[in-house]
Design a protein around this ligand. Structure first.
Ligand SMILES: Cc1cc2nc3c(=O)[nH]c(=O)nc-3n(C[C@H](O)[C@H](O)[C@H](O)COP(=O)(O)OP(=O)(O)OC[C@H]3O[C@@H](n4cnc5c(N)ncnc54)[C@H](O)[C@@H]3O)c2cc1C
Length: 431
């Protein structure tokens, strides 16, 4: 029997340090700096670099990585406990070396990269000297990668890329892009695409627009045209036609990391909700004494705890199996559950704060907007529910009977089983 819901006391000490450090040193950055990915901004260098050094000294840098890549090899469960705290802030993940999309991009470079690719792209990325971009979604289709058309052809010793990508986050700040392209147009549907590494300053990489989303101080989501972009043949990441496999490796980890941080987002709203409920006095009593407000507090507490347990259990399963394919349904479940959790908790917190709650002085509208973002980025909720349902229904079989397992049939079987043992079974029949 090995169920255990306790945190190892030594690690708890580290978490306590992180909690204090994030509140006192990291959270203030959210109010004075622009993007947590603008690593070359002089203000970023002045304010963020010293904090990153402190994190390294505490042996908490890039905890998603194994020791061979400079991390601590803590695994996903410990990472969850850490990310819950970092999720309260915008700059937390950057200060601790665990910011998306670089974490996922580093993961696939570590997994599929050649020695030269790791030296050129992975090493500076892990040191946060540069940032990266994952360029997959296209303007005419995001949720269905089978419709992608951006292509690359091998001409001599170079790949020549042509096509467009939409919402490639941080392309305007990144040193390199990982681009998903059609290289095998006649291959089976899931073997048509490959991943290519593209330095952002390669001629022909044209950023047509940089789009912003609510709550972000700096626009970073890029509409890109790849116009005869040439990269060396050995900038292929993984195998030819292996783009889907590489993408899955990346997205599995990325989705659970977002879920871990979402717990922090929801708790931030919840903490403010409780403080406000206890502080505001109206119509003869505090808000906290009104039943409808108590219900909002209770519902939010239940939903956060339920979601947190699902995330921790999934993290534990990843550590156990070391194989994202075995936890595909679990990851899809937390991905599908997280937008609703954040939306509901942040909306209640907003409502309890009245006019202040809807104002731009409060964080709630940003959190509600974020709930929509996490319902789209890395695939819309519907697609993840589809994955859960498909996998679940595979575990069942249709009945060959005319009626479902109905009471008359089950009663008849039960009477047969106990025939001769009970007094009143005479005459049991079923039509
Ligand atoms: C903040 C943010 C950052 C992003 N960063 C990146 C990035 O760095 N790189 C990148 O490549 N992409 C990125 N994306 C894009 C993201 O991956 C896509 O938005 C997502 O895959 C959905 O694609 P779409 O926007 O084209 O929506 P569509 O595919 O057009 O879907 C729109 C809606 O249609 C419905 N729908 C779609 N498919 C189904 C289905 N099978 N069943 C039922 N309903 C369905 C859903 O309601 C869905 O929300 C980012 C998105 C956001 C919001």
């Amino acid at each position: 029997m090995s169920w255990n819901f306790e945190t190892d006391p030594k690690f708890q000490e580290k978490l306590d340090w992180v909690d204090r450090f994030v509140r006192e040193e990291v959270e203030p950055l959210d109010f004075v700096l622009s993007s947590p990915h603008a690593v070359k901004d002089p203000n970023f260098i002045r304010l963020v670099r010293p904090l990153q050094e402190k994190v390294k000294k505490e042996e908490l840098w890039a905890c998603h990585l194994g020791p061979e890549l400079g991390g601590r090899g803590y695994g996903q469960l410990k990472l969850s406990l850490l990310n819950e705290i970092l999720g309260r802030t915008e700059f937390g993940p950057t200060v601790f070396g665990t910011a998306a999309p670089d974490t996922g991009n580093a993961e696939i470079l570590a997994h599929y990269g050649t020695k030269e690719q790791k030296k050129r792209f992975l090493e500076p990325l892990l040191a946060n000297e540069i940032v990266s971009c994952f360029s997959m979604t296209e303007p005419h289709g995001g949720a269905d990668p089978l419709v992608f058309t951006c292509k690359a052809e091998l001409v001599g010793n170079e790949w020549v890329i042509n096509g467009e990508k939409w919402f490639s986050s941080n392309a305007n700040l990144a040193d390199f892009l990982i681009v998903m392209v059609v290289t095998e147009p006649d291959g089976p549907p899931h073997e048509r695409m490959s991943m290519l590494l593209v330095p952002t300053n390669t001629p022909g990489v044209e950023i047509l627009r940089v789009t912003g989303v609510v709550g972000e101080k700096m626009p970073t989501h890029c509409y890109i045209r790849y116009n005869n972009v040439r990269v060396p043949a050995d900038y292929l990441l993984g195998k030819r036609g292996g783009g889907f496999i590489v993408a899955q490796t990346r997205l599995g980890g990325g989705r659970i990391h977002h879920a871990m941080r979402t717990i922090g987002n929801a708790r931030k709203a919840f903490d403010m909700m409780c403080e406000r409920a206890l502080s505001r006095f109206t119509q003869g009593s505090r808000l906290s004494e009104k039943q409808s407000v108590q219900e909002m507090v209770a519902d939010s507490w239940i939903e956060i705890e339920q979601f947190r347990l699902l995330v921790l259990r999934t993290a534990w399963l990843i550590d156990k199996h070391q194989d994202y394919k075995k936890v595909r349904r679990d990851i899809a479940a937390i991905k599908a559950a997280m937008p609703k959790l954040l939306h509901d908790v942040a909306s209640r917190a907003l409502h309890i704060h009245g006019s202040y709650g809807i104002s731009d002085e409060a964080p709630f509208m940003t959190l509600v907007a974020r709930s929509y973002i996490i319902g789209l980025a890395d695939g819309p909720t519907e697609v993840h529910k589809h994955t859960i349902a498909r996998q679940t229904l595979r575990e069942y079989a249709p009945t060959t009977e005319l009626f479902p397992r109905s009471r008359p049939l089950m009663e008849f079987a039960a009477r047969e089983k106990f025939r001769g043992m009970l007094d009143d079974l005479a005459g049991a029949e079923v039509a």
